[in-house]
Design a protein around this ligand. Structure first.
Ligand SMILES: *[C@@H]1O[C@H](CO)[C@@H](O)[C@H](O)[C@H]1NC(C)=O
Length: 337
């Protein structure tokens, strides 16, 4: 008896052994139901809101794997506010041959918004892998405006297609901002994604004054604003983007933009750094634009010297102590096609 119990305990320990990182797995499927447990493919949940409700109720403290079945999820939208410091991953099952599709159906939705968490110091650690996000006004909004916790997120192998106000009949506003927006969001890796069709209209009224504006320049494939630092943006393809494909703003320093391909992407530049004229925004410094392949912009060839560009004064917010800040953009190895 005693021996047998010992043996059973030993077997249990061995069985757990190979799973070096323990994880809670939840399944979601277009044919699922939010009244299911989510514990198996047969009991899959249906919506991101359903998954959020589940983890909010059960409060897993280990990593959470959300296995997203292939197929099309219609008009889903979530403000995600469950974080436990461990990786929380949204990805198709191993062996999937297509990307699961989140289709916003052009009604003006934002697909996934990072909401506030109880403890702003805990890394958000969200991972988005191998999904299609299409027909949304804004795709992924890592916009939890609270440093330092908004960090160590990963966006990999995603397809953002037909995103922006051009595809949502100007809803909820004709001025769309981004397929992927970061605000106070740092140390993320954004790799191997494809951005195809990120657009605003060239004639729409965003401020209700009765006259149309050209809004094409306001939207970016990746928009990293307000102290979004140390992000790696690598090996992505940007195709058909009406505004500058990558835009940094306001103290978003030390980002690496490397090995990406820009095709008919960008209004004035493939990558630009910008600050608002008024207020207390700071130019970003030390951003590296390295070994990228750049074709024409959305409206034709860029002006000479405009593959990258900075706007606004370079010296605002400098401490006056005579220290030398790195250049705002350090461009090397661009291959112009
Ligand atoms: C990002 O990484 C750098 C370098 O490892 C670190 O100093 C910084 O605190 C990190 N920032 C956040 C918000 O995690």
């Amino acid at each position: 008896m005693h021996l047998r119990r010992k043996w059973a305990t030993l077997c249990g320990v061995l069985a757990l052994g190979p799973a070096l990182v323990s994880a809670t797995t939840l399944y979601m499927s277009p044919s699922g139901s939010d009244s299911n447990t989510g514990a198996s493919t047969k009991a899959a949940l249906k919506t991101l809101k359903g998954v959020l409700a589940k983890v909010t109720a059960t409060k897993p403290t280990d990593a959470v794997d959300i296995v997203v079945a292939e197929g099309t999820f219609a008009s889903q939208s979530v403000i995600w506010n469950y974080f436990n410091g461990q990786p929380i991953t949204f990805a198709p099952p191993t062996g999937a041959t297509t990307k699961p599709i989140f289709d916003g159906e052009g009604t003006g939705l934002t697909w996934f918004t990072m909401g506030d968490s109880a403890d702003a110091a805990v890394p958000t650690n969200l991972h988005f892998i191998g999904l299609t996000v299409t027909n949304y006004w804004l795709g992924l909004d890592l916009g939890r405006n609270k440093a330092p916790g908004n960090s160590y997120n990963e966006v990999r192998g995603m397809l953002f297609e037909r995103v922006g106000a051009f595809y949502t009949h100007g809803l909820p506003n004709p001025k769309g901002y981004a397929a992927l927006r970061l605000q106070q969001s740092s140390n993320n890796t954004i790799t191997g994604n494809r951005f195809h069709g990120v657009k605003n209209s060239n004639a729409a009224d965003s401020d209700g004054d009765g006259s149309n504006e050209d809004l094409t320049g306001y939207i970016h494939a990746i928009y990293a604003a307000h102290n979004s630092r140390g992000n790696v943006i690598a090996d992505n393809e940007f195709n058909q983007v009406t505004g500058d494909a990558v835009r940094t703003r306001d103290g978003s320093d030390d980002n690496l933009i490397e090995g990406n391909r820009f095709i008919t992407a960008g209004k004035y530049s493939a990558y630009s750094d910008w600050i608002a004229d008024t207020g207390d925004e700071c130019p970003s410094h030390g951003n590296r634009f390295k070994d990228n392949t750049v074709g024409d912009g959305y409206f034709g060839p860029f002006k000479a010297g405009f593959v990258t560009h900075v706007y606004g004064p370079d010296d605002r917010c400098s401490d006056g102590g005579g220290g030398t800040l790195p250049a705002r953009i350090i461009e090397t190895g661009t291959v112009v096609q």
